[in-house]
Structure formats: C-alpha cells, structure tokens
Design a protein around this ligand. Structure first.
Ligand code: NAD
Length: 345
C-alpha cells in the first residue's frame, strides 16, 4: 500500500479535539499516512501574526491534501478569514457538503440525502468592502462566467461519479438579474451535455429554504453561489441533527482540503464535549480521495453502527452522555473490528 503525506491542520477552538479524533479514525482504518502538522488560525496569528502562514500553504501545495479543523475569524473587526484565504490561495473552487440522515437519531425527517455544491472563490466573499461615506458601506458581489461554469461542470461531473440524478441551481435571479442571472445562465448552459443523464432545474433561494424545512427528501444535488451555499449547508445540517454530523471537502485542480461544516464552537471549546463525527466523516471523504474506498466505507459504516446502537455514548449535542474522547474510542474500536473481520452490511 502506498504511503500518503497529508497536512494536519488542527486549527483552533474545538479544532484540535475533533481533528485528533479524525486522525485516530483514519489511522485505525488502514491507509498509510505520514501526517505533517501545521499551525493555522488564532494559534498561528498569536505566534506569527498571520492566521495562514506561508509555510502551511507551501506544505499543502507540496502534499496536495490536508485535513483541517475549524479556525476562528474575529467578528466585524480584526484579520480576514483564514478559511476564505486558504480556499482562494489554493484555488479550492468547489466546496462539497453531503448531508445524509444518520441512523438512530430522532429528527423530523428520516430520509435526507442531499449534497450541497458551493462555489468557493467569489460572490460576496470576494472581500471587496468599502466605506463610501460615513455610515454608508458597500460590499461587492462578484460573479464571473469562468467560476460559474467551472462549479456547474463540477456539480454535473460529481453527480455522474456518485450516481446522483438531479442538479438544482439555487439563485435570486429575480432580484439580482445580472449576478445571479449569470450564475443561472452558466448552470443552464453547462447542463446541456448532461441531458438524459442528469436532470437540471432551478429554484429561488427563499423558496428553497421553505421547501427544505418541509420536505428535504425532494432535493438531490444543490448548486449554489458562495454565500447561499454557506447558509443552506448549515440549514441542511440542522435537518439531520446538527453541525456535529455534517462533513465537507474543498476541491481544486491541485489540492483538496477536508473539513467539517462547523466552526470553532468557542462556546464548548476545551470542554471535551465536541462531537467528532463531522470531522471523522470529513476524514472518510479524504480516504476516498486518496483512493482508499475501503477505509471510506469502513469509517462511515462504523459511525452509523455507533449512532444506531449506542445512543447513550453520543455527545451532548445529540442527547448522549458521552464526550469527544469516549465517542472517538468507541468509533475507533468499531473501525478496528470491521478491519479485522470485514462485515457485509
Ligand atoms: P460554529 O459552527 O462554531 O457553532 C455553532 C453552534 O454549533 C455552537 O453552538 C456550537 O457549540 C455548535 N457546534 C458546532 N460544531 C459542533 C460540534 N462538532 N459538536 C457539538 N456542537 C457543535 O459557528 P459559530 O459559533 O457561528 O462560529 C464560531 C467561529 O467559527 C467563528 O469565528 C466563525 O468565523 C468560525 N467558523 C469557521 C469555519 C471554518 O473554519 N471552516 C466555519 C464556520 C465558522
């Protein structure tokens, strides 16, 4: 088996706790990995004055793959988001966030299985904000044909690869006729070569919000601009039980960075009760990217076995009495068991 080099970015807040859990899950599962730890986020800012030091970026470029914990971004002041910078610097243009019902948890819906495909490099996250006069600011929404076509093509190719049947473009083109109009038009044009293989339709983002909370099972792959994608993926995570369960990946032409949807959760950081599942499932996606689909399946099935059969061991966000370490221990044990005695389920 080939040995992979993967950059490990614990981040800050609950990051180090959940990234350690994910590293253990991957190591138990099978792939041979040389982990290269690097500091980013608030920790790096305090030490080096930069939340995204150049040597961390260089290592990710050299290895091509990173497993990343969340990083805190100061609100309404301070340094710009290290996450947004990371995605732009490495041209990680596609953010993929699968949201699937987890067995054993009581949620309003039992059949959510959708994927958020979010454009990751532009829109209102382009960072063009100005105070044009005292008390008047502008924040510029950038939508380009190149980026819109690129993310649309990605969504269709992703759908083919993963056996999905429908892509829904999400927009507000009735109001932002130029910006969202361009995004929608690019998605329409890119859908044509896939006619007969992948269905295509579109929906206003406000209508989507209502339909998601009434019947989420009607959606398959959602294709969104940066801001809508960010908001809708948190909403979708809520449908399956919360942010502690929803994984994610950022893909570009040369690099891929795997991270959960959730942030650094300062309210619970250091308490040892963060749910590690979202980060563990992000690590499973990383195994698949590294070509190890057995580890991908093993980790996912182990998590599903634990949520189904051991609800008392889950973390408090899921109503359990467990903590990050005890839940990780039992998931890792299940991964090891499945590795020793392959289970066909
Ligand atoms: P958050 O996702 O950190 O937390 C929202 C709520 O969900 C909190 O109550 C938190 O306790 C809970 N939560 C999140 N993850 C959890 C987990 N694994 N287990 C149990 N509960 C969990 O969002 P926020 O509070 O809005 O943001 C906090 C910080 O994180 C901000 O600085 C924000 O910029 C940053 N952030 C970073 C990323 C990233 O690094 N990719 C993503 C989102 C937010």
């Amino acid at each position: 088996m080939s040995r992979h080099r993967v950059v490990l970015l614990p981040g800050d807040g609950i990051g180090p706790e959940v990234v350690e859990a994910a590293r253990r899950a991957v190591d138990a599962s099978g792939p041979e990995i040389e982990w290269i730890p690097m500091e980013i986020g608030a920790v790096a800012f305090e030490k080096y004055g930069d939340p995204l030091p150049a040597d961390a970026l260089e290592q990710i470029r050299a290895c091509g793959v990173a497993l990343k914990g969340p990083t805190t971004t100061p609100i309404a002041k301070g340094y710009p988001s290290a996450n947004v910078r990371l995605r732009k610097e490495l041209m990680l243009f596609a953010n993929v966030r699968p949201v699937k019902t987890v067995p054993g948890l009581e949620t309003p819906y039992g059949n959510v299985d959708l994927v958020v495909v979010r454009e990751n490099t532009e829109d209102l996250y382009a960072g063009f904000e100005n105070e044009v006069a005292p008390g008047v600011v502008t924040s510029i929404k950038v939508i380009t044909e190149v980026a819109s076509r690129r993310i649309a093509r990605f969504a269709f190719e992703y759908s083919l690869k993963w056996g999905r049947h429908r892509v829904t473009a999400v927009h507000k083109a009735n109001i932002m006729k130029l910006a969202d109009g361009l995004f929608l038009d690019c998605a329409r044009q890119e859908s044509r070569p896939y006619e007969g293989r992948i269905q295509f339709d579109d929906i206003l983002v406000d209508a989507l919000a209502m339909k998601l909370v009434t019947n989420p099972a009607q959606f398959d792959v959602l294709l969104l601009e940066n801001l809508y994608g960010d908001i809708v993926s948190d909403l979708a995570a809520g449908l399956i039980g919360g942010l502690g369960l929803a994984p994610g990946a950022n893909y570009g032409p040369d690099c891929a960075v795997f991270e959960a949807i959730h942030g650094s959760a300062p309210d619970i950081a250091g308490k040892g009760i963060a749910n590690p599942i979202a980060m563990i499932l992000s690590a499973a996606m990383m195994c698949h990217h590294l070509g190890d689909s057995e580890s991908y399946m093993r980790i996912r099935k182990a998590v599903r076995t634990i949520t189904r059969d051991h609800r008392d061991l889950l973390t408090p966000d899921l109503g359990g009495k467990g903590n990050t370490r005890s839940l990780t221990d039992v998931i890792v044990k299940e991964i090891e068991r499945r590795r020793r005695e392959p289970v066909h389920d």
